[in-house]
Write a protein that binds this ligand. Structure first.
Ligand code: PFF
Length: 447
Protein backbone atom coordinates (compact mmCIF):
# COMPACT_ATOMS: atom_id res chain seq x y z
CA UNK A 1 0.00 0.00 0.00
CA UNK A 2 1.26 3.45 -0.81
CA UNK A 3 2.39 5.50 2.16
CA UNK A 4 -0.01 8.23 3.23
CA UNK A 5 1.12 11.81 2.71
CA UNK A 6 0.30 15.32 3.85
CA UNK A 7 -1.15 17.30 0.96
CA UNK A 8 1.43 20.09 1.18
CA UNK A 9 4.22 21.56 3.24
CA UNK A 10 1.67 23.85 4.88
CA UNK A 11 -0.45 20.82 5.79
CA UNK A 12 2.59 19.26 7.43
CA UNK A 13 3.48 22.46 9.23
CA UNK A 14 0.00 22.90 10.64
CA UNK A 15 -0.06 19.31 11.82
CA UNK A 16 3.39 19.67 13.39
CA UNK A 17 2.44 22.97 15.01
CA UNK A 18 -0.69 21.24 16.24
CA UNK A 19 1.46 18.55 17.78
CA UNK A 20 3.79 21.06 19.38
CA UNK A 21 1.12 23.40 20.69
CA UNK A 22 -0.88 21.72 23.39
CA UNK A 23 -1.36 21.37 27.11
CA UNK A 24 2.40 21.83 27.24
CA UNK A 25 2.13 25.44 26.11
CA UNK A 26 -0.80 26.48 28.22
CA UNK A 27 -1.16 24.26 31.25
CA UNK A 28 2.39 22.97 31.70
CA UNK A 29 4.31 26.06 30.54
CA UNK A 30 2.39 28.40 32.81
CA UNK A 31 2.87 26.38 35.96
CA UNK A 32 6.46 25.34 35.28
CA UNK A 33 7.35 28.97 34.49
CA UNK A 34 5.45 30.06 37.58
CA UNK A 35 7.25 27.59 39.81
CA UNK A 36 10.67 28.37 38.36
CA UNK A 37 10.70 32.12 38.70
CA UNK A 38 9.09 33.41 35.50
CA UNK A 39 11.43 35.61 33.46
CA UNK A 40 14.69 33.75 34.08
CA UNK A 41 13.01 30.48 33.25
CA UNK A 42 11.66 32.01 30.05
CA UNK A 43 15.17 32.98 28.95
CA UNK A 44 16.50 29.48 29.59
CA UNK A 45 13.50 27.98 27.90
CA UNK A 46 13.95 30.12 24.79
CA UNK A 47 17.59 29.14 24.72
CA UNK A 48 16.67 25.45 24.92
CA UNK A 49 14.04 25.83 22.20
CA UNK A 50 16.08 27.74 19.64
CA UNK A 51 19.63 26.61 20.29
CA UNK A 52 18.98 22.96 21.04
CA UNK A 53 15.36 22.22 20.20
CA UNK A 54 14.89 23.56 16.69
CA UNK A 55 18.15 22.13 15.30
CA UNK A 56 17.21 18.75 16.77
CA UNK A 57 13.71 19.07 15.41
CA UNK A 58 15.19 19.41 11.95
CA UNK A 59 17.28 16.31 12.57
CA UNK A 60 14.27 14.34 13.85
CA UNK A 61 11.95 15.25 10.97
CA UNK A 62 14.69 14.49 8.46
CA UNK A 63 15.11 10.93 9.74
CA UNK A 64 11.44 10.19 9.07
CA UNK A 65 11.38 11.87 5.71
CA UNK A 66 14.48 10.08 4.54
CA UNK A 67 13.39 6.65 5.72
CA UNK A 68 9.66 6.99 4.94
CA UNK A 69 8.79 4.77 7.85
CA UNK A 70 7.58 4.85 11.46
CA UNK A 71 9.81 5.58 14.40
CA UNK A 72 11.23 2.07 14.75
CA UNK A 73 11.18 1.23 11.03
CA UNK A 74 13.07 4.40 10.17
CA UNK A 75 16.06 3.42 12.24
CA UNK A 76 16.01 -0.19 11.05
CA UNK A 77 15.81 0.97 7.47
CA UNK A 78 18.59 3.56 7.67
CA UNK A 79 20.89 1.49 9.87
CA UNK A 80 19.99 -2.19 9.43
CA UNK A 81 21.48 -4.61 11.89
CA UNK A 82 22.42 -1.96 14.46
CA UNK A 83 20.89 -1.16 17.86
CA UNK A 84 19.71 2.29 16.71
CA UNK A 85 16.15 0.99 16.42
CA UNK A 86 16.08 1.07 20.23
CA UNK A 87 15.63 4.82 19.96
CA UNK A 88 12.34 4.15 18.23
CA UNK A 89 11.43 1.56 20.77
CA UNK A 90 11.80 4.09 23.58
CA UNK A 91 9.79 6.54 21.49
CA UNK A 92 6.87 4.13 21.33
CA UNK A 93 7.16 3.55 25.05
CA UNK A 94 7.13 7.29 25.74
CA UNK A 95 4.06 7.67 23.56
CA UNK A 96 2.14 5.23 25.76
CA UNK A 97 3.35 6.95 28.88
CA UNK A 98 2.65 10.49 27.73
CA UNK A 99 -0.75 9.94 26.17
CA UNK A 100 -2.04 8.13 29.21
CA UNK A 101 -1.54 11.07 31.56
CA UNK A 102 -2.07 13.67 28.84
CA UNK A 103 -5.51 12.20 28.14
CA UNK A 104 -6.46 12.48 31.79
CA UNK A 105 -5.57 16.17 32.00
CA UNK A 106 -7.30 16.78 28.66
CA UNK A 107 -10.34 15.00 30.12
CA UNK A 108 -10.35 17.56 32.97
CA UNK A 109 -10.35 20.30 30.31
CA UNK A 110 -13.40 18.86 28.61
CA UNK A 111 -15.13 18.59 31.98
CA UNK A 112 -14.42 22.27 32.62
CA UNK A 113 -15.56 23.15 29.13
CA UNK A 114 -18.78 21.28 29.77
CA UNK A 115 -19.32 23.22 33.00
CA UNK A 116 -18.91 26.48 31.15
CA UNK A 117 -21.52 25.30 28.64
CA UNK A 118 -24.01 23.76 31.02
CA UNK A 119 -23.86 26.57 33.56
CA UNK A 120 -22.12 24.53 36.26
CA UNK A 121 -19.39 27.17 36.54
CA UNK A 122 -21.48 30.28 35.86
CA UNK A 123 -21.30 30.87 39.57
CA UNK A 124 -18.56 29.57 41.81
CA UNK A 125 -19.42 26.08 43.09
CA UNK A 126 -20.22 25.85 46.80
CA UNK A 127 -16.90 25.31 48.57
CA UNK A 128 -14.90 27.06 45.83
CA UNK A 129 -12.98 25.85 42.80
CA UNK A 130 -10.20 24.19 44.79
CA UNK A 131 -12.66 21.87 46.50
CA UNK A 132 -14.54 21.34 43.25
CA UNK A 133 -11.37 20.44 41.35
CA UNK A 134 -10.00 18.28 44.15
CA UNK A 135 -13.30 16.45 44.48
CA UNK A 136 -13.56 15.91 40.75
CA UNK A 137 -10.05 14.61 40.03
CA UNK A 138 -10.03 12.33 43.04
CA UNK A 139 -13.38 10.76 42.19
CA UNK A 140 -13.01 7.11 41.24
CA UNK A 141 -14.69 7.22 37.85
CA UNK A 142 -15.96 10.71 36.91
CA UNK A 143 -12.64 11.89 35.49
CA UNK A 144 -12.18 8.53 33.77
CA UNK A 145 -15.36 9.10 31.77
CA UNK A 146 -14.05 12.43 30.47
CA UNK A 147 -10.70 10.85 29.79
CA UNK A 148 -12.50 8.18 27.75
CA UNK A 149 -14.30 10.85 25.76
CA UNK A 150 -11.05 12.60 24.97
CA UNK A 151 -9.29 9.41 23.89
CA UNK A 152 -12.31 8.52 21.74
CA UNK A 153 -12.04 11.88 19.93
CA UNK A 154 -8.32 11.29 19.43
CA UNK A 155 -9.00 7.84 17.99
CA UNK A 156 -11.58 9.19 15.54
CA UNK A 157 -9.15 11.74 14.13
CA UNK A 158 -6.30 9.26 13.86
CA UNK A 159 -8.35 6.56 12.20
CA UNK A 160 -9.63 9.05 9.64
CA UNK A 161 -6.12 9.11 8.21
CA UNK A 162 -3.18 11.44 7.75
CA UNK A 163 -4.85 13.77 5.26
CA UNK A 164 -8.53 13.44 6.10
CA UNK A 165 -8.04 13.19 9.85
CA UNK A 166 -4.86 14.71 11.21
CA UNK A 167 -4.25 17.35 8.55
CA UNK A 168 -7.87 18.43 8.25
CA UNK A 169 -8.39 18.69 12.00
CA UNK A 170 -5.30 20.85 12.36
CA UNK A 171 -6.29 23.11 9.48
CA UNK A 172 -9.40 23.94 11.46
CA UNK A 173 -8.00 23.83 15.00
CA UNK A 174 -4.84 25.89 14.63
CA UNK A 175 -6.27 29.13 13.21
CA UNK A 176 -9.17 28.88 15.66
CA UNK A 177 -6.80 28.40 18.56
CA UNK A 178 -4.65 31.37 17.51
CA UNK A 179 -7.69 33.64 17.30
CA UNK A 180 -9.06 32.53 20.65
CA UNK A 181 -5.79 32.92 22.51
CA UNK A 182 -4.90 36.28 21.01
CA UNK A 183 -8.37 37.52 21.92
CA UNK A 184 -7.96 36.26 25.48
CA UNK A 185 -4.50 37.83 25.77
CA UNK A 186 -5.84 41.23 24.76
CA UNK A 187 -8.60 40.89 27.31
CA UNK A 188 -6.20 39.81 30.05
CA UNK A 189 -3.92 42.77 29.34
CA UNK A 190 -6.81 45.13 29.76
CA UNK A 191 -7.34 44.11 33.41
CA UNK A 192 -6.30 46.51 36.15
CA UNK A 193 -2.96 45.42 37.59
CA UNK A 194 -2.12 43.24 34.59
CA UNK A 195 1.30 44.78 34.24
CA UNK A 196 2.74 42.93 37.22
CA UNK A 197 2.09 39.67 35.37
CA UNK A 198 3.92 40.89 32.29
CA UNK A 199 6.84 41.94 34.49
CA UNK A 200 6.89 38.54 36.15
CA UNK A 201 7.00 36.82 32.78
CA UNK A 202 9.55 39.08 31.14
CA UNK A 203 11.84 40.35 33.92
CA UNK A 204 14.42 37.72 34.75
CA UNK A 205 15.34 37.10 38.36
CA UNK A 206 18.68 35.38 37.82
CA UNK A 207 18.93 34.10 41.35
CA UNK A 208 16.75 31.10 40.44
CA UNK A 209 19.58 29.80 38.24
CA UNK A 210 21.44 28.73 41.35
CA UNK A 211 19.20 25.69 41.37
CA UNK A 212 20.29 23.11 38.74
CA UNK A 213 16.81 21.68 38.52
CA UNK A 214 15.68 24.88 36.77
CA UNK A 215 17.87 23.92 33.80
CA UNK A 216 16.39 20.46 33.61
CA UNK A 217 12.91 21.93 33.92
CA UNK A 218 13.61 24.27 30.99
CA UNK A 219 15.09 21.51 28.87
CA UNK A 220 12.26 19.09 29.67
CA UNK A 221 9.72 21.79 28.93
CA UNK A 222 11.38 22.59 25.59
CA UNK A 223 11.37 18.94 24.55
CA UNK A 224 7.83 18.36 25.72
CA UNK A 225 6.56 21.50 24.08
CA UNK A 226 8.27 20.86 20.74
CA UNK A 227 7.10 17.22 20.80
CA UNK A 228 10.74 16.31 20.45
CA UNK A 229 12.57 13.08 21.07
CA UNK A 230 9.62 10.71 20.94
CA UNK A 231 9.14 10.25 17.23
CA UNK A 232 5.94 12.26 16.73
CA UNK A 233 7.80 14.70 14.51
CA UNK A 234 9.74 11.88 12.89
CA UNK A 235 6.50 10.10 12.05
CA UNK A 236 4.94 13.27 10.64
CA UNK A 237 8.14 13.81 8.64
CA UNK A 238 7.68 10.39 7.11
CA UNK A 239 4.46 11.66 5.47
CA UNK A 240 6.45 14.31 3.59
CA UNK A 241 8.23 13.98 0.30
CA UNK A 242 11.57 15.27 -0.76
CA UNK A 243 10.16 18.37 -2.49
CA UNK A 244 9.07 19.85 0.83
CA UNK A 245 12.05 21.69 2.25
CA UNK A 246 12.66 21.17 5.94
CA UNK A 247 14.75 24.02 7.41
CA UNK A 248 12.15 26.77 7.01
CA UNK A 249 9.37 24.39 8.06
CA UNK A 250 11.05 23.36 11.30
CA UNK A 251 12.08 26.90 12.15
CA UNK A 252 8.46 27.98 11.60
CA UNK A 253 7.27 25.24 13.96
CA UNK A 254 9.68 26.45 16.68
CA UNK A 255 8.55 30.04 16.26
CA UNK A 256 4.87 29.18 16.37
CA UNK A 257 5.27 26.93 19.38
CA UNK A 258 7.04 29.73 21.25
CA UNK A 259 4.47 32.23 20.12
CA UNK A 260 1.69 30.09 21.61
CA UNK A 261 3.58 29.57 24.87
CA UNK A 262 4.18 33.29 25.30
CA UNK A 263 0.65 34.19 24.33
CA UNK A 264 -0.63 31.72 26.92
CA UNK A 265 1.67 33.34 29.48
CA UNK A 266 0.18 36.69 28.54
CA UNK A 267 -3.31 35.26 28.98
CA UNK A 268 -2.55 33.72 32.35
CA UNK A 269 -0.04 35.82 34.32
CA UNK A 270 -1.65 39.26 34.02
CA UNK A 271 -4.89 37.70 35.24
CA UNK A 272 -3.08 35.88 38.04
CA UNK A 273 -1.40 39.08 39.22
CA UNK A 274 -4.41 41.28 38.68
CA UNK A 275 -6.22 39.08 41.18
CA UNK A 276 -3.29 38.79 43.58
CA UNK A 277 -2.69 35.06 43.26
CA UNK A 278 0.57 33.13 43.68
CA UNK A 279 1.97 32.33 40.20
CA UNK A 280 3.79 29.30 41.59
CA UNK A 281 0.64 27.47 42.57
CA UNK A 282 1.59 24.47 40.43
CA UNK A 283 -0.39 22.22 38.11
CA UNK A 284 -3.67 23.53 39.50
CA UNK A 285 -2.97 27.01 38.18
CA UNK A 286 -5.19 26.52 35.17
CA UNK A 287 -7.89 24.51 36.92
CA UNK A 288 -8.32 26.32 40.23
CA UNK A 289 -6.80 29.72 39.92
CA UNK A 290 -8.10 30.68 36.51
CA UNK A 291 -11.75 29.69 37.04
CA UNK A 292 -11.65 31.67 40.27
CA UNK A 293 -10.41 34.64 38.30
CA UNK A 294 -12.92 34.15 35.49
CA UNK A 295 -15.65 34.16 38.11
CA UNK A 296 -14.70 37.67 39.16
CA UNK A 297 -14.36 39.06 35.67
CA UNK A 298 -16.99 40.69 33.55
CA UNK A 299 -18.16 38.09 30.99
CA UNK A 300 -16.23 35.47 32.94
CA UNK A 301 -18.44 32.60 31.77
CA UNK A 302 -17.70 33.39 28.15
CA UNK A 303 -14.01 33.80 28.85
CA UNK A 304 -13.97 30.48 30.69
CA UNK A 305 -15.75 28.80 27.84
CA UNK A 306 -13.31 30.20 25.28
CA UNK A 307 -10.30 29.32 27.39
CA UNK A 308 -11.24 25.70 27.98
CA UNK A 309 -12.41 25.28 24.41
CA UNK A 310 -9.00 26.51 23.22
CA UNK A 311 -7.25 24.23 25.68
CA UNK A 312 -9.24 21.21 24.51
CA UNK A 313 -8.47 21.91 20.84
CA UNK A 314 -4.80 22.35 21.65
CA UNK A 315 -4.75 19.08 23.58
CA UNK A 316 -6.50 17.17 20.82
CA UNK A 317 -4.17 18.33 18.07
CA UNK A 318 -1.24 17.10 20.17
CA UNK A 319 -2.76 13.84 21.31
CA UNK A 320 -3.35 12.72 17.72
CA UNK A 321 0.36 13.07 17.05
CA UNK A 322 1.17 10.98 20.11
CA UNK A 323 -1.23 8.20 19.15
CA UNK A 324 0.03 8.27 15.56
CA UNK A 325 3.51 7.15 16.70
CA UNK A 326 2.55 3.63 17.83
CA UNK A 327 -0.29 3.45 15.28
CA UNK A 328 2.13 3.87 12.38
CA UNK A 329 4.40 1.23 13.89
CA UNK A 330 1.74 -1.37 14.68
CA UNK A 331 0.03 -0.90 11.31
CA UNK A 332 3.27 -1.84 9.62
CA UNK A 333 4.41 -4.77 11.71
CA UNK A 334 1.04 -6.46 12.12
CA UNK A 335 -0.35 -5.35 8.81
CA UNK A 336 -3.44 -4.08 10.59
CA UNK A 337 -5.76 -1.45 9.16
CA UNK A 338 -5.62 2.10 10.49
CA UNK A 339 -9.02 1.90 12.13
CA UNK A 340 -8.38 -1.28 14.05
CA UNK A 341 -4.91 -0.13 15.12
CA UNK A 342 -6.12 3.25 16.37
CA UNK A 343 -8.92 1.71 18.37
CA UNK A 344 -6.80 -0.98 19.99
CA UNK A 345 -3.90 1.29 20.90
CA UNK A 346 -6.16 4.13 21.97
CA UNK A 347 -7.92 1.71 24.26
CA UNK A 348 -4.66 0.54 25.81
CA UNK A 349 -3.69 4.14 26.47
CA UNK A 350 -7.06 4.75 28.01
CA UNK A 351 -6.51 1.84 30.40
CA UNK A 352 -3.01 3.04 31.34
CA UNK A 353 -4.41 6.51 31.88
CA UNK A 354 -6.80 5.11 34.46
CA UNK A 355 -3.79 4.58 36.71
CA UNK A 356 -2.84 8.24 36.37
CA UNK A 357 -6.39 9.25 37.15
CA UNK A 358 -6.78 6.94 40.12
CA UNK A 359 -3.47 8.25 41.42
CA UNK A 360 -5.28 11.51 42.11
CA UNK A 361 -7.74 9.76 44.39
CA UNK A 362 -7.86 6.26 45.76
CA UNK A 363 -4.25 5.56 44.74
CA UNK A 364 -3.00 8.87 46.06
CA UNK A 365 -0.49 7.11 48.27
CA UNK A 366 1.23 5.46 45.31
CA UNK A 367 4.23 7.63 44.55
CA UNK A 368 6.65 5.90 42.19
CA UNK A 369 10.10 7.56 41.97
CA UNK A 370 9.25 9.67 44.97
CA UNK A 371 7.23 12.34 43.16
CA UNK A 372 3.82 13.63 44.16
CA UNK A 373 1.68 11.01 42.47
CA UNK A 374 1.50 8.55 39.56
CA UNK A 375 0.84 11.28 37.01
CA UNK A 376 3.81 13.37 38.10
CA UNK A 377 6.03 10.31 37.91
CA UNK A 378 4.85 9.52 34.39
CA UNK A 379 5.41 13.11 33.37
CA UNK A 380 8.84 13.29 34.96
CA UNK A 381 10.07 10.03 33.46
CA UNK A 382 8.71 10.88 30.01
CA UNK A 383 9.48 14.60 29.76
CA UNK A 384 12.65 15.00 31.75
CA UNK A 385 14.27 11.65 30.97
CA UNK A 386 12.91 9.75 27.96
CA UNK A 387 12.35 12.72 25.65
CA UNK A 388 15.77 14.32 26.18
CA UNK A 389 17.43 10.90 25.82
CA UNK A 390 15.43 10.21 22.66
CA UNK A 391 16.47 13.60 21.32
CA UNK A 392 20.07 12.89 22.28
CA UNK A 393 19.99 9.63 20.43
CA UNK A 394 18.47 11.19 17.30
CA UNK A 395 21.08 13.95 17.38
CA UNK A 396 23.85 11.37 17.63
CA UNK A 397 22.31 9.42 14.78
CA UNK A 398 22.28 12.39 12.41
CA UNK A 399 25.53 13.85 13.72
CA UNK A 400 27.62 10.71 13.97
CA UNK A 401 25.98 7.81 12.15
CA UNK A 402 25.29 9.85 9.01
CA UNK A 403 28.33 11.35 7.44
CA UNK A 404 28.34 15.10 6.98
CA UNK A 405 27.09 15.15 3.41
CA UNK A 406 24.29 12.66 4.18
CA UNK A 407 23.25 14.82 7.13
CA UNK A 408 23.12 17.95 4.95
CA UNK A 409 21.30 16.13 2.21
CA UNK A 410 18.71 14.60 4.56
CA UNK A 411 17.89 17.99 6.08
CA UNK A 412 18.11 20.12 2.88
CA UNK A 413 20.91 22.07 4.50
CA UNK A 414 23.44 21.70 1.63
CA UNK A 415 23.23 25.31 0.52
CA UNK A 416 22.25 26.82 3.81
CA UNK A 417 24.56 29.53 5.14
CA UNK A 418 24.31 28.28 8.72
CA UNK A 419 24.71 24.61 7.91
CA UNK A 420 27.98 24.29 9.79
CA UNK A 421 26.52 25.89 12.90
CA UNK A 422 23.57 23.54 12.69
CA UNK A 423 25.86 20.58 12.24
CA UNK A 424 28.01 21.61 15.19
CA UNK A 425 24.92 21.81 17.37
CA UNK A 426 23.57 18.44 16.34
CA UNK A 427 26.91 16.72 16.53
CA UNK A 428 28.47 18.28 19.63
CA UNK A 429 26.73 21.13 21.39
CA UNK A 430 23.22 19.62 21.66
CA UNK A 431 24.37 16.23 22.98
CA UNK A 432 26.88 17.82 25.38
CA UNK A 433 24.31 20.24 26.74
CA UNK A 434 21.72 17.53 27.22
CA UNK A 435 24.24 15.39 29.08
CA UNK A 436 25.47 18.32 31.11
CA UNK A 437 21.98 19.32 32.19
CA UNK A 438 21.28 15.74 33.16
CA UNK A 439 24.39 15.18 35.16
CA UNK A 440 23.93 18.53 36.80
CA UNK A 441 20.36 17.76 37.78
CA UNK A 442 21.16 14.40 39.28
CA UNK A 443 24.06 15.95 41.13
CA UNK A 444 26.94 14.12 39.45
CA UNK A 445 28.46 17.45 38.58
CA UNK A 446 27.67 20.57 40.49
CA UNK A 447 28.10 24.00 39.03
N1 PFF B 1 3.94 19.09 22.51
C1 PFF B 1 2.75 18.71 23.22
C2 PFF B 1 2.34 19.83 24.14
O1 PFF B 1 3.08 20.81 24.27
O2 PFF B 1 1.29 19.73 24.75
C3 PFF B 1 2.87 17.42 23.95
C4 PFF B 1 3.58 16.33 23.20
C5 PFF B 1 3.09 15.92 21.95
C6 PFF B 1 4.73 15.79 23.70
C7 PFF B 1 3.78 14.97 21.24
C8 PFF B 1 5.41 14.84 23.00
C9 PFF B 1 4.94 14.44 21.77
F1 PFF B 1 5.61 13.57 21.09
Amino acid sequence: MEREKFSSKLGFMLAAIGSAVGLGNIWRFSYVAGENGGGAFLVLYLFCVFIIGVPLLLAEVSIGRKAQSDVIGSFSRLSPGTPWFMTGFFGVLSAFLILSFYGVVAGWCIYYLWNYISGGFFVEPAGGYAAEFGGFISHAWHPILWHALFIALTIVIVYSGVKKGIELANKIFMPTLALLLVGLAIYSLSLDGAWAGIEFLFTPDWSVLGDPSVFLAALGQAFFSLSLGMGAMLTYGSYLSKENKLPSATFGIGVMDTFFAIISGIVIFPAVFAFGIDPGSGPELVFITLPGIFGQMPFGEIIGFIFFFALTLAALSSSVSILEVPVAFFMRIFNWGRKKTSIILGFIMFVLGMAASLGMGIWAGVTPIGSNNIMDSMDFIASNILLPLGGLSMALFVGWYFNKSTAFEATDMQDNSIRDIWYGIVKYIGPIMILFIFLNAIGVIGW
